[in-house]
Design a protein. Structure first.
Length: 242
């Protein structure tokens, strides 16, 4: 898990390391983060596609409201378990929780194949990948401190959650579209901020250790959630219903 405090920095980078070494290790660490994140996204997509193309699975999952509620509860429990237990377990355990969450998300996201056309889902995925990639690269290379942006986006996220809960009861089309555009903006900004934060909290000098792998998995989960949420909000905009 990512440590709660940043390592001490010297004028030339981290104490005992040259700027070139810090840059190289950060780049290697972020490649590991993206590899885990990509693995999780690939697993989610595969599970969602398989469920959507199985009439038996569809009948079982969407024919009983209790199962859907149980799946959503399992997602929440898995994330909470990762948050509170990952630091105490080995990297293999943290990876298991991450990929379990990816599978659960794939099951719940299988419904998008029943609502939207496959071509529009593919197009939206590509738009999301391009947007996410651009903002994540910006967050990695920029010298600008994005803390202010991150705090603003977190306030926007809370506003988004409150508005979405309210609209669950109000069923307002206006609020629906406002939260849609707001969601795209919030998770676009969070992608850049989270990338910078993950890079800065990487502990230089522990490359290849179990702790290093856990840091990468934690970062992968954060960016995975940014990607999935951005994708879902963009799907509201670009998705063509069946």
């Amino acid at each position: 898990m990512i440590p709660s405090a940043s390592p001490i920095r010297s004028a030339g980078g981290l104490a005992g390391f040259t700027a070139e070494q810090v840059t190289a290790e950060n780049a290697a660490f972020m490649r590991k983060v993206y590899a885990f994140m990509s693995g999780g996204l690939g697993l989610t997509a595969l599970v969602a596609w398989m469920i959507a193309h199985s009439s038996v699975a569809i009948d079982i999952i969407y024919g009983h409201r209790g199962i859907i509620r149980l799946l959503f509860a399992a997602q929440i429990v898995t994330v909470l378990a990762f948050t509170f237990l990952a630091q105490k377990m080995k990297a293999s355990g943290a990876a298991t929780l991450f990929f379990l969450y990816s599978v659960l998300t794939g099951i719940t996201l299988s419904s998008i194949f029943l609502v939207y056309t496959t071509s529009s889902i593919t197009t939206t995925f590509l738009v999301t990948a391009g947007t996410f990639g651009g903002m994540s690269i910006y967050g990695f290379v920029t010298k600008r401190d994005l803390s202010g942006v991150g705090h603003f986006m977190m306030m926007g996220l809370w506003g988004l959650i409150i508005a979405s809960i309210a609209n669950f009861f109000m069923r307002s089309e206006t609020i629906y579209w406002v939260t849609t555009f707001m969601g795209v903006l919030v998770f676009t900004g969070l992608t850049a901020y989270d990338t910078q934060k993950i890079k800065e909290l990487n502990v230089i000098g522990n490359a290849g250790t179990d702790e290093d792998h856990k840091e990468a998995i934690h970062g992968a989960l954060v960016l995975y959630l940014d990607f999935i949420n951005m994708f879902l909000y963009l799907l509201r905009l670009f998705g063509r219903r069946r």
